[in-house]
Write a protein that binds this ligand. Structure first.
Ligand code: EPZ
Length: 420
């Protein structure tokens, strides 16, 4: 297994190019299942989760090729509808094939994703919504068996909780359903907005894009002539690099980024004393003269994103005063705390709130990544720590960050990838 060796403390400088958004690309890949034409998608991030989902689509019979951030996918050759456990267990977002497969073929068998490190991650809201659209759902031997012999029918669906992939799944199902679907309490994340925009640009009658209520008139089972498109920039990767500038007291510039997708993150950085200068698709972070403590609550978009919680916890370790970070979305998203404590961070956990008393003297140590965003938080802290830090199990990192060590090295970080 690979690990990252990082020497700290380090200063950064220069410009980093942000990749396409993993969490936009994943539903956009399964969206191809609704198309009868070959699709070309640009600005695809080349990360493990994307490759996993493409392998799943190939197993279903689709043809996919990803080269140089360009995906060519043709799902007209899809010949079966079973998403099996050995792939789904490695990436729960595989559940995003459920809605499209059921809508297009009238049946599918998708392995239950199982929980993951940050929480139980149920899919009950996905299944309840599909049942309201006329699907018969049974769970047997670890698989979701879904059938809709007469196709799906439009319904009035109110999500009990805001769910990002749940909204994406049902939007895709509704696009091919018979009649009108109204979705209430939808996710408004930019990744969901892009999915809706592509459906609209491909001729689907969809209203309320970017609002909590979507109305979709389905094609009645007919597949879609889909437009080619470019994946939006990854706002979480961008937020991670903004934190890299702040935690190393460096001025760096991000390019190919959507500043408007990061308002809540920018606001917190500025509350801590940093200055963030935004261009049309660039952001420059100017570090704080003295980093101040901060209070954060994670909520659905446009509030502060849970996917930036670990990175800000790392940043808060070097801020002056007591910072509090409350995680409201996932029940177990503080596994990075014990690893940050190994680096010398003073963090107290009480329920879903972490309190950091800073500034802490961070010193290099061996630490272990536990999930995707926790891994990036450990890399950030390692760049501020005195001495050498080895971050182990970085397969977590490779799921959602494209060439993190290469991009950080180009900014001046002393970081290398080694084999255990
Ligand atoms: C998406 O996960 C993202 N993944 C996650 O990013 C992100 O943390 C999360 O949204 C929240 O923003 C992708 O987009 C591929 P949810 P998702 O359904 O859709 C509960 C990363 O680091 N819930 O919005 O799985 C659930 O337990 C990853 O890139 C139900 O109870 O999250 C959670 O508490 C990590 N029943 C809350 O809703 C359901 O049927 C939000 O989950 C579905 C969800």
């Amino acid at each position: 297994m690979d690990y990252l060796r990082i020497q700290g403390p380090t200063k950064l400088s220069g410009t980093v190019t942000i990749s396409g958004a993993k969490n936009a690309a994943l539903p956009l890949i399964t969206l191809a299942l609704l198309a009868h034409n070959p699709l070309k998608v640009t600005n695809m991030p080349e990360v493990a989760d994307i490759k996993t989902l493409l392998k799943l689509l190939q197993n279903l019979g689709a043809s996919c090729s990803l080269e140089n951030h360009v995906l060519n996918v043709d799902t007209s050759t899809v010949s079966h509808t079973m998403a099996n456990y050995d792939i789904v267990k490695t990436m729960r977002a595989s559940i995003l094939v459920l809605g499209p497969l059921l809508a297009r073929f009238g049946h599918c068998e998708v392995s239950l994703p199982g929980g993951c490190a940050i929480g139980q991650r149920p899919i009950d809201l996905h299944l309840k919504a599909l049942e309201q659209m006329g699907a018969q759902i049974t769970i047997h031997a670890g698989y979701v068996h879904a059938v809709a012999p007469e196709g799906l029918k439009g319904a009035h669906i109110i999500f009990d909780k805001i769910t990002v992939t749940g909204t994406a799944n049902i939007v895709m199902a509704a696009a091919l359903a018979h009649g009108k679907t109204v979705l209430v309490n939808c996710a408004k994340e930019p990744e969901v907005v892009q999915l809706c925009e592509i459906l609209r640009d491909s001729g689907i009658d969809i209203n309320g894009i970017g609002t909590p209520e979507l109305t979709i008139i389905g094609t009645g089972g007919k597949t879609i002539e889909m437009v080619d498109f470019e994946v939006i920039p990854d706002r979480i990767e961008a937020g991670t690099y903004l934190c890299a500038g702040a935690i190393t007291n460096s001025t760096i510039t991000l390019e190919r980024v959507r500043p408007d997708h990061l308002d809540a993150v920018t606001a917190k950085l500025e509350q801590m004393g940093c200055r963030v200068e935004c261009g049309e698709n660039t952001m420059t972070i100017h570090p704080a003269t003295e980093l101040k403590h901060v209070d954060i609550i994670t909520q659905e978009y446009p509030a502060f994103p849970t996917d930036m919680q670990a990175q800000f916890l790392a940043l808060a370790t070097i801020a002056k005063g007591a910072s509090t970070i409350e995680e409201r979305l996932f029940e177990n998203r503080f596994m990075h705390v014990s690893e940050l404590q190994r680096l010398g961070a003073e963090i107290k956990l009480s329920g879903h709130t972490a309190t950091v008393i800073g500034p802490c003297e961070l010193a290099g140590a061996d630490v272990m990544a536990t999930d995707l965003r926790a891994s990036s938080a450990l890399v950030l802290a390692a760049m501020a720590a005195e001495g050498t830090t080895n971050v182990h199990r970085i397969y977590h990192l490779d799921r959602g960050y494209e060439d993190l060590e290469g991009k950080l090295r180009a900014l001046g970080a002393k970081i290398e990838r080694l084999k255990e």
